[in-house]
Design a protein around this ligand. Structure first.
Ligand code: GLU
Length: 307
């Protein structure tokens, strides 16, 4: 069974960039005669905004994108994530960490490693063999241990749009966080557990997330989950050439009239390289017809369900 998903974080309303991910994942699932489910990635409670989840669902509905299954809220799933963490601990694949961010950066500098802007420091493995009497703060995945149990530390995977990818997570990321020092679940943990729990076979999301896939692959392996197929879509760039995101004040989508909805959908489709269709009345029948034409175009482009 083919199942795709759209997994927004309700830290704000949909913007032009997130609509592209929503549309692409919908077209992909439909072109493969599969289901499309919406999941609210609201694990990072402090960053979520009241009412944003409801607003996103309303915006999707105006765009004629409806979840085939019940919308799952990650904030309701603490116990499940804890059970999975316990499994990893029992297998010796997760360990507590006492390091603060500052300490990790200092350790990295003392190892002669440079700190790149906008990139978190590679974790040097300080607490892998014990906390040295310090209190535990976060929980980390033991990438190093898992890498010795698989054939090679290099994670190879194929993106359906970008082609073959490889990352040595051990060297480029290090043992990454599963549960944060503030007690919140890390994105990697929640997304892997939920993609598996919801039987997601096809993940379609923005290209800025490409770099997370190798980490998710490792976790899936360690937990005995199947890997979904991945496709990362082009990003919508703002005037400054940076990715449009809620953080850089992407404007909320104007969906205030049927014409505005059509324009927003046409623009999302054009980011995906789909043809610009003339939408006459912009009513829901018109939009449904456009969606079905785009679905056919998408099917032509990504003929195979797997890479
Ligand atoms: N919740 C993530 C976001 O809104 C998307 C995660 C994913 O699709 O894997 O950026």
């Amino acid at each position: 069974m083919i199942r795709g998903r759209f997994a927004p974080s309700p830290t704000g309303e949909l913007h032009a960039g997130s609509l592209v991910a929503a549309l692409a994942s919908w077209l992909d699932a439909r072109s493969l005669q599969g289901e499309w489910w919406v999941r609210m990635e609201d694990v990072d409670g402090p960053r979520c905004i009241d009412g944003a989840a409801a607003k996103i669902l309303q915006q999707l509905s105006l765009c004629r994108l409806h979840s085939d299954g019940e919308v799952l809220y990650q904030s309701h799933r603490n116990d499940i994530y804890q059970q999975v963490l316990n499994q990893l601990i029992a297998k010796g694949l997760a360990y507590p960490c006492a390091c603060t961010r500052k300490e990790i950066e200092e350790q990295q500098v003392s190892l002669g490693l440079s700190l790149e802007r906008h990139k978190s420091a590679v974790y040097p493995g300080t607490c892998r063999n014990g906390l040295d009497g310090k209190p535990a703060r976060a929980w980390r995945f033991n990438v190093t241990q898992w890498s010795t149990l698989r054939e090679s530390p290099d994670v190879h995977w194929i993106d359906r749009r970008l082609g073959p990818q490889v990352q040595n997570v051990q060297e480029e990321v290090g043992d990454f966080v599963l549960k944060r020092a503030d007690g919140l679940w890390a994105y990697q943990m929640a997304v892997v557990v939920d993609d598996a729990a919801q039987n997601i076979s096809h993940v379609v999301r923005g290209e800025d997330l490409t770099d997370n896939t190798a980490r998710q692959y490792l976790l899936q392996e360690a937990l005995g989950f199947e890997h979904p197929h991945y496709l990362h879509t082009p990003l919508v760039l703002g005037f400054n050439g940076e990715k449009l995101s809620k953080q850089n004040d992407a404007k909320a989508l104007d969906l205030s009239s049927p014409r505005a909805v059509c324009l927003a959908m046409q623009s999302a489709a054009s980011t995906l390289g789909l043809s610009t269709l003339k939408l006459h009345s912009c009513d829901s029948a018109d939009l449904d017809e456009a969606l079905s034409t785009w679905t056919q175009e998408w099917a032509q482009r990504h003929k195979r369900a797997s890479p």
